[in-house]
Design a protein around this ligand. Structure first.
Ligand code: SIN
Ligand code: CO
Length: 384
């Protein structure tokens, strides 16, 4: 699947002129796009134990009913009217084959990509006018959706319906477009939008991005640094001048205390880098199926499987990334750090699969693969 940029636009220009800045409508972004999932399959998925699904129904003026999944098997028997939407997130984790549809978006790093969400709405259905915190590509997969958007970003809109969506009572569209299958709309964070299924039921794919916030990160980084770096240092004031305003906290003291605090965050650059990469590869909170027993594969068995053309693939629920610092490669998988050869880290993170030629025989890559296999982080293909 290849993304067809509008005339005169390419990845570099898009990143420079639109990404995080302004909306972009891309007509026929994916020519001959064929939607591989039908509404019944989506409804089936929304009932699965590990599904991250939501049903939203407009019940009155500014009133919405939200049911969070997994939904019960007979849920849809009682659904009436048309003003509703079914949304299932993390599709590429539930259905690993769908990861291929994220490929066209990998001109952005994997750690920025959150998930593929698929929604279904009957004619007239929507989730209401709202803003999202994150960048999103809205790909029309089936039917027609009318997207109305505002041209300037909103500030400080808080989630309203059970803390899940930031609905707007005062939405006023600046632009209105009808999107057909294969058309796509890019929206930066905080641009208000409202998408309504028109003429026929529709399915929309949202390729959503994530951006870590300071309030999420700060408590975690502080705890990590407290465990791993020298933090016993105290404020010092040798040769302090006498004060004539003993009630005052002087500008000099404020600066000195701020300096030791910011030094605490940055004193050990490699520890901080390691925390960032661990944090970015921590698994998303989704309902995991029951915990699996630890595997006990040997490195010999890994080698012989790979020599027989078996391929190790990355578990679809896990996040992977690698860093390269001071000629040293570190693999991050599922929030943990591992020493790794560059060739293996690249295969795991860029290809998400490992064959016999992706192993550096002079390193401890085989032990690492056995460890990752035994923790169900990588698996032999077709065993997901
Ligand atoms: C939808 O697919 O109905 C909603 C997607 C969005 O507005 O973010
Ligand atoms: Co939205």
């Amino acid at each position: 699947m290849k993304l067809q940029w509008p005339e005169g636009l390419d990845e570099a220009r898009f990143l420079n002129e639109y990404w995080q800045q302004k909306p972009l409508l891309i007509r026929s972004a994916f020519k001959d796009f064929h939607n591989p999932i039908d509404p019944n399959e989506l409804a089936g998925l929304s009932c699965e134990e590990d599904a991250n699904s939501r049903f939203m129904q407009h019940t009155g003026n500014n009133e919405w009913r939200l049911c969070e999944g997994p939904l019960s098997d007979d849920f849809f028997d009682d659904v009436t009217g048309n003003e509703w939407s079914l949304l299932v997130s993390d599709i590429e984790k539930l259905l690993p084959d769908f990861r291929q549809y994220l490929e066209p978006f990998r001109f952005l790093p994997d750690w920025r990509i959150d998930d593929l969400m698929i929604s279904y709405a009957p004619v007239g259905g929507s989730v209401g006018a709202h803003v999202d915190q994150y960048d999103v590509f809205l790909l029309q997969a089936d039917g027609v959706r009318e997207w109305r958007i505002e041209n300037t970003p909103r500030q400080g809109v808080q989630p309203s319906v059970s803390n899940t969506i930031a609905l707007l009572g005062d939405f006023l569209a600046d632009e209105t477009w009808q999107l057909q299958a294969g058309d796509m709309l890019y929206l930066p964070p905080q641009f208000a939008h409202h998408g309504i299924a028109v003429d026929e039921p529709c399915m929309t794919w949202s390729i959503g991005f994530r951006a870590p916030s300071i309030d999420e990160m700060l408590p975690e980084v502080v705890n990590y640094l407290l465990e791993s770096v020298q933090s016993k240092q105290r404020f010092q004031d040798i040769k302090r001048p006498a004060t004539h305003q003993p009630g005052l906290i002087s500008q000099t003291d404020l600066i000195a205390i701020k300096a030791i605090l910011s030094q605490a965050l940055t004193q050990d650059d490699s520890t901080l880098s390691q925390w960032i990469a661990r944090y970015l590869t921590e698994p998303k909170e989704i309902q995991e199926p029951d915990e699996q027993p630890v595997n006990t594969i040997s490195t010999d068995a890994i080698v012989s499987n790979l020599k027989n053309s078996a391929v190790l693939t990355c578990h679809s629920h896990k996040r992977f990334a690698y860093t390269q610092q001071d000629n040293h490669t570190t693999l991050y998988a599922d929030g943990q750090a591992y020493d790794c050869s560059e060739i293996l880290a690249s295969a795991i993170c860029n290809q998400r699969s490992v064959g016999i030629s992706d192993i550096d025989k002079n390193s401890h890559d085989l032990d690492l693969l056995a460890t990752l296999f035994n923790k169900h982080i990588v698996l032999f293909e077709d065993h997901e």
